[in-house]
Design a protein around this ligand. Structure first.
Ligand code: ME8
Length: 656
């Protein structure tokens, strides 16, 4: 059996993952499932890239150790592992770069490259982009900023180890230009023109300014550059340099690396150079997919424009979400995400086209034949030929696209057939045939059989995208009882179901979604999420400016007792207080706190007031002083509490 090793990038657990990460993982999952369907022995790897300064900083901000911090995002409930479980990701292995076997392998790899002279000690002077964890030379900067993310860079100078990347420049240019190692092809020109032709410089591969990384074992004040640590996961997870696994030499490597476009540079230049240095085979392929954008910009937590996959999966179903991501956006290009597009794709493709084809077919077989087709069937040539021919060639057309990673085109091929099948129903008008079963029964049975066969082939080929729904379709059309009619081989054949197949009515797989209602609900959920993301409790920062003691002492704070309190007419905010301030005369103070207190709950309370402010008119009434309260913010909402004093304190007592 052919071995096929496929990987996603390993994700940074610096924040919760979003729909962009989900896109990348679901696409790789579909490719892995496709290869399994074809009969390959697949090893699908994903994981998390847990070292580096960004994680160290984030952990500090969160008041956690780096390990506690990454655990809270990777393995805690609602973390990365749970997200992949929810999305029905079929990975066979999950690597964390903090796993001890990986740490050991990275130390060995670093030492091997040091021993063979490809890593040497030098001094780093240049610029560093912290969010990207990338070093740049002056000439590589774009308008003085990081060429990858456009953010500010900082000066950096320190003793460091370097990798002789320059030594491999020609070999890598040849690899990129003269093989199909990197796809899509457009990315080759970008790499060669932007990075190789201007001159590949040696790469700084160790850091001493932070500690959250894998120590260089022969010089432990250095930690290994996070990209060497990360890229090598593709082989350490197979057991390269460790005893945890022993798959590396067993035909699994080389594999296929699926990555997002911004990390193509690391995967198509640095990664093959590392492997060349180690004398190991290069990946079969690096495929750089596009970004899911929101409002024209890349989705990213730091920009605050992320979409939550949990919310969408819960609302529309996991299969519908997986399908949308892969059907809508050409895999190699960027795509603009919107909730409208998501709902529209579900309604058009899944509810109208596929869902209707299934429910009409199964219910007609139920209604006209009591759920089981008769053996006597009449094929009518011309009326059937076009559909049958389309279905017969579907698997090969689909395969041709999948082999090119043109996932969206493979799906388009399936949906052309589904559209043709719906038209076939309208052309053959089964409800008219059913009016005279004696004359037309065999013809009607053949129409139904052709539809069931069409659904069978489509459902098999849809399995990598919507695994749960495909299994249910195959069950409803009577294919699953017999494993042989659900295989890859059978998807390339016609008339595999027995003539007398029985169907099973099931639930409506893809109910139509009310667009306006769903959009309003999503907007409400997003508002709630934004609110929940606000700090739980916030107080105003303390004033820097000092006040001298004498000025402070001029403020006259007194205990006051509330004799009466009422709302001020025509004002939603103001309360009018009649107060005993210990002088024997009533004092009137107006306070804008009616949204926080009802007047009656304050009568009799002892409060604190400043009494020597100049009188002020509000809504035509005079206010002599101000009641003192404490203010803070909770989940974005302002909270106010009057300062209530012990009732033992007499009215007029001075606060000092
Ligand atoms: O880059 N649309 O990790 P990462 C599509 N640790 N894909 C997106 C996306 C979006 N909006 N946002 C992120 C890293 N991704 C490194 C990888 S591999 C040895 C080390 C994709 O968590 C992104 O393109 O920042 C990348 O392929 C993957 O998510 C991981 O991104």
């Amino acid at each position: 059996m052919e071995k096929y090793f496929i990987t996603t990038p390993i994700y940074y657990p610096s924040d919760k993952l979003h729909i962009g990460h989900t896109y990348c993982t679901v696409a790789t999952d579909a490719l892995a499932r496709y290869k399994r369907l074809q009969g390959c022995d697949v090893l699908f790897l994903t994981g998390t890239d847990e070292h580096g300064q960004k994680i160290e900083d984030k952990a500090r901000e969160a008041g956690k150790t780096p390990q506690e911090f990454v655990d809270s995002i990777v393995s805690a409930p609602g973390g990365v592992l749970d997200l992949w479980k929810l999305m029905n990701i079929s990975n066979d292995r999950f690597i964390r770069t903090t796993d001890s076997y990986h740490v050991k392998s990275i130390q060995l790899i670093f030492r091997k490259m040091y021993d063979n002279g490809d890593i040497y000690k030098g001094k780093y002077v240049g610029k560093y982009c912290k969010p990207c964890e990338s070093f740049w030379t002056e000439t590589q900067l774009k308008d003085g900023k990081c060429p990858d993310c456009g953010r500010e860079v900082q000066d950096a100078e320190e003793e460091a180890y370097f990798f002789r990347l320059s030594k491999y420049a020609d070999k890598i240019q040849d690899l990129l230009e003269n093989t199909d190692f990197l796809e899509p092809r457009s990315r080759v020109h970008e790499m060669v023109n932007n990075f190789i032709k201007p001159g590949l410089e040696d790469l700084c591969v160790s850091r001493t300014s932070f500690t959250w990384g894998i120590p260089v074992d022969f010089d432990p004040k250095h930690v290994v550059y996070v990209w060497i640590d990360a890229l090598a996961n593709y082989i350490t997870a197979l057991g390269y340099g460790n005893d945890k696994y022993n798959d590396y030499d067993k035909g699994w490597w080389p594999g296929v690396n699926i990555v997002g476009k911004e990390i193509v540079r690391f995967h198509s230049i640095i990664w093959p150079a590392i492997l060349m240095s180690l004398g190991e085979p290069l990946p079969k392929k690096v495929f750089g997919h596009g970004w899911l954008m929101l409002d024209g910009g890349k989705m990213s937590k730091s920009k605050g424009n992320v979409v939550d996959p949990y919310l969408l999966a819960e609302k529309f179903g996991v299969d519908a979400l997986r399908f949308f991501l892969l059907r809508t956006f050409p895999f190699g290009s960027d795509g603009n995400f919107s909730n409208e597009l998501l709902i529209q794709t579900i309604n058009v493709d899944l509810a109208n086209d596929l869902g209707n084809l299934l429910s009409r077919t199964v219910s007609m077989v139920g209604k006209y034949f009591d759920g089981q087709l008769p053996a006597e069937q009449r094929f009518q040539g011309e009326m059937d030929d076009e559909l049958v021919a389309m279905v017969k060639g579907l698997r090969d057309r689909y395969e041709a696209q999948m082999e090119k990673f043109a996932i969206h085109n493979a799906l388009a091929e399936i949906f052309k057939v589904i559209g043709r099948a719906n038209k076939y129903i309208d052309e053959n008008t089964p409800w008219v045939l059913a009016k005279d079963m004696e004359a037309n029964g065999p013809r009607l049975a053949c129409v139904m059989y052709n539809l069931l066969e069409t659904l069978r082939v489509c459902a098999i080929l849809l399995t990598p995208f919507i695994p749960t729904s495909s299994a249910e379709i195959l069950r409803q059309i009577g294919a699953s009882a017999d494993g042989a009619s659900c295989t890859w081989e059978s998807a390339g054949q016609w008339a595999v179901l027995p003539k007398t197949v029985s169907v099973v009515r099931g639930e409506n797989l893809f109910p139509r979604i009310d667009m306006d209602k769903a959009l309003a609900e999503l907007e409400e959920a997003a508002a709630q999420a934004r609110k929940a993301a606000l700090p739980a409790l916030e107080v105003e920062p303390q004033t820097e400016e000092k006040v001298d003691f004498d000025t402070f002492c001029k403020s006259d704070f007194r205990a006051v007792k509330v004799k009466a309190c009422e709302n001020v007419k025509k004002s939603a905010k103001l309360l009018k207080f009649t107060l005993d301030d210990g002088t024997g005369a009533d004092r009137q103070i107006l306070s804008g706190i009616a949204t926080y207190y009802k007047p009656e709950e304050l009568v009799g309370k002892t409060l604190m007031a400043i009494v020597n402010l100049p009188p002020r008119k509000m809504m035509g009434l005079e206010s002599n002083g101000m009641l003192i309260s404490a203010v803070h913010t909770e989940q974005g909402e302002e909270r106010l509490n009057l300062l209530m004093l012990d009732d033992k304190i007499p009215a007029g007592a001075k606060m000092c």
